[in-house]
Design a binder for this molecule. Structure first.
Ligand code: HEM
Length: 521
């Protein structure tokens, strides 16, 4: 069949030989101009040490390889050891890495206050893409009304109302370990995931922590399934935060299918409860006698009735955020804490003696007894110093010229931190490689003013800090009261770390427990 050429194609083909070299020259010209403009703009950062990179791609290949191995945090830590407490790596834009706790804290607080730094748009976009607008992805007035609604619930007073729930959930885990105590290895990380998810689901959604008790407002909490769905959503956050475009979730790929399946599963689980909370707010429920007291007193019902701006979509997104933020964070922290206790018999014995004393005196965990468990709280803080599980939730970017440690930071620079290096900064924490909970106590090294930035800095500082501390302290007290334990894999469990959204022990922290002689099953 003869080829038909339109007049436009004919004229293109005649000018093509001239167009082609001109286009190439233009592209090369634009690229070179951009390259020189960038060099000029970021000139001041050349004063900072920087890891060697590819001539064109900068440090992108090293970063991508580390992300693939789930070792990105380790790469930043290694670079911090080599290049010091402030260095820059290049991945398109320059990324300045900080690792002095006071500098990280000061940069976040002052930079956000004077408007020179904002939360990274990539991370913000990725947070809001999980299932809708959430606290972590908002700023200004939109963030303020949301945070104001939740703050009282998560304040020390608000959280103290849930001691009973937390204690019950911890007892369930203790009993599970007792039932399996003769086992050679109990991987505790997944038990702590169960603990934290049951607690947050109970507080938020009024689902009884005892899985045998029916929750009339919706389907029961299936911990492994919800956890799997949450992991898929968390992984998606990482992909969008690092490179992927949000619209790629509409492509017919396996990862998009997994994302939609996970999102559908969680939304279906939450929707009946969210709808009921909204109906209660709008007084559309004629007979509330079939609704459990636990649900009526849940945070979901309180927040829905307090804040009319919450709709079905925004509440679902927020609950997903809180379920994700409230589960792995505290669970992995607990895993590292019990691991460090096993590796430090002197700390273990001291902590166990305190747990015993408190039990003998009070016979239960109450607000009073909690005050006497300060040493256990210090163990949690010391664990977070060494394993800052949630160190990668956001980064900053300069929108106005500013300085950090006297170094001019141009617009467009990204700022991030190595929390592993910050926690081990010898100028801030004496004997940084030692597990010394005493450093967090007045009677220890008089260092109560030590920076504690593992829950974040500035306005977005962790909403769930008090809940996390409560859960971790009570769980440790119960474990110490009931068991002795040792690491099955030795220090390997504490040294082989990986990172998805959070840092976690790669082997799931297997422990060998022994029921203490004074305790009967
Ligand atoms: C050991 C446990 C925990 C650690 C280390 C931790 C760490 C953090 C960090 C570093 C941030 C700041 C993120 C940023 O600036 O972008 C944060 C924010 C947040 N955390 Fe936690 N967290 C923990 C437990 C919890 C718990 C139990 C909850 C409760 C549900 C929770 C809910 C949140 C929320 C909602 C935010 C966002 C606050 C905002 O944007 O205003 N976290 N957390």
């Amino acid at each position: 069949m003869p080829m038909l050429l339109s007049p436009a194609m004919i004229s293109l083909s005649t000018v093509f030989p001239y167009l082609f070299p001109t286009t190439i020259i233009m592209i090369v010209g634009i690229l070179s101009w951009r390259y020189w403009a960038k060099r000029k703009r970021y000139q001041s950062l050349k004063a900072l040490p920087s890891p060697l990179g590819h001539w064109l791609l900068g440090n992108i290949p090293q970063v991508l390889a580390a992300v693939k191995k789930k070792q990105f945090f380790q790469l930043l830590f290694d670079w911090s050891k080599q290049y010091g407490s402030i260095y820059v790596y290049w991945a398109g834009a320059p990324i300045v890495i900080l690792s002095k706790p006071s500098v990280i804290e000061g940069t976040v607080i002052n930079g956000m206050r004077d408007g020179s730094l904002i939360r990274s748009q990539n991370a913000t976009r990725a947070w809001n893409d999980i299932s809708g607008a959430i606290l972590l992805g908002q700023s200004g007035a939109e963030w303020q009304w949301r945070r104001k609604a939740w703050n009282p619930e998560f304040s020390p007073v608000g959280i103290s109302a849930y001691i009973g729930v937390v204690e019950q959930a911890c007892s369930q885990i203790t009993n599970k370990i007792k039932a399996d105590v003769s086992s050679d290895a109990i991987p505790v990380d997944r038990l702590f995931v169960e603990l934290t998810m049951r607690v947050i689901a109970s507080l938020l959604l009024g689902i009884p922590v005892d899985s045998k008790v029916v929750s009339p407002e919706g389907s029961p909490l299936d911990v492994p399934k919800v956890y799997e769905a949450m992991s898929v959503l968390g992984y998606r956050f990482l992909r969008v935060a690092t490179s992927e475009n949000p619209w790629m979730k509409y492509l017919p790929t396996q990862s998009s299918r997994d994302y939609w399946a996970a999102r559908r599963y969680i939304e279906q689980f939450l929707t009946p409860r969210v709808d009921l909370a909204l109906q209660l707010r709008d007084q559309q429920v004629k007979d509330s006698s079939s609704i459990s007291t636990l649900f009526q007193e849940s945070m979901l019902v309180k927040i829905a009735s307090k804040e009319p701006r919450y709709t079905r979509e925004t509440l679902i997104a927020e609950v997903i955020e809180l379920m994700i933020a409230g589960t792995d964070t505290t669970a992995h922290t607990l895993s590292f804490a019990v691991g460090e206790l096993a590796a430090h018999p002197e700390v273990f014995q001291k902590a166990q003696a305190i747990a015993d004393q408190v039990w003998q005196k009070h016979g239960e965990i109450s607000i009073e007894s909690l005050k006497e468990l300060n040493y256990l709280r210090a163990i949690v803080k010391e664990t977070l110093r060494l394993y800052s599980v949630a160190s990668g939730s956001t980064s900053l970017q300069a929108v106005k010229p500013t300085t950090i440690e006297g170094i001019p930071i141009p617009i467009g620079t990204k700022i991030f931190w190595s929390m592993l290096a910050a926690g081990r900064d010898a100028e801030t924490y004496a004997q940084p490689d030692k597990f010394l909970p005493e450093r967090w106590l007045e009677e220890g090294h008089g260092s109560l003013s030590l920076p504690m930035i593992d829950f974040g800095s500035g306005s977005h500082r962790c909403l769930g800090e008090h809940l996390a501390m409560l859960e971790a302290t009570i769980m440790l007290a119960q474990l110490l009261r009931n068991f002795d334990w040792e690491l099955v894999n030795g220090r390997e469990s504490l040294e082989n770390l990986q990172q998805n959204l959070l840092i976690y022990p790669a082997d799931g922290m297997p422990l060998r427990f022994r029921l203490r002689e004074t305790i009967s099953i």
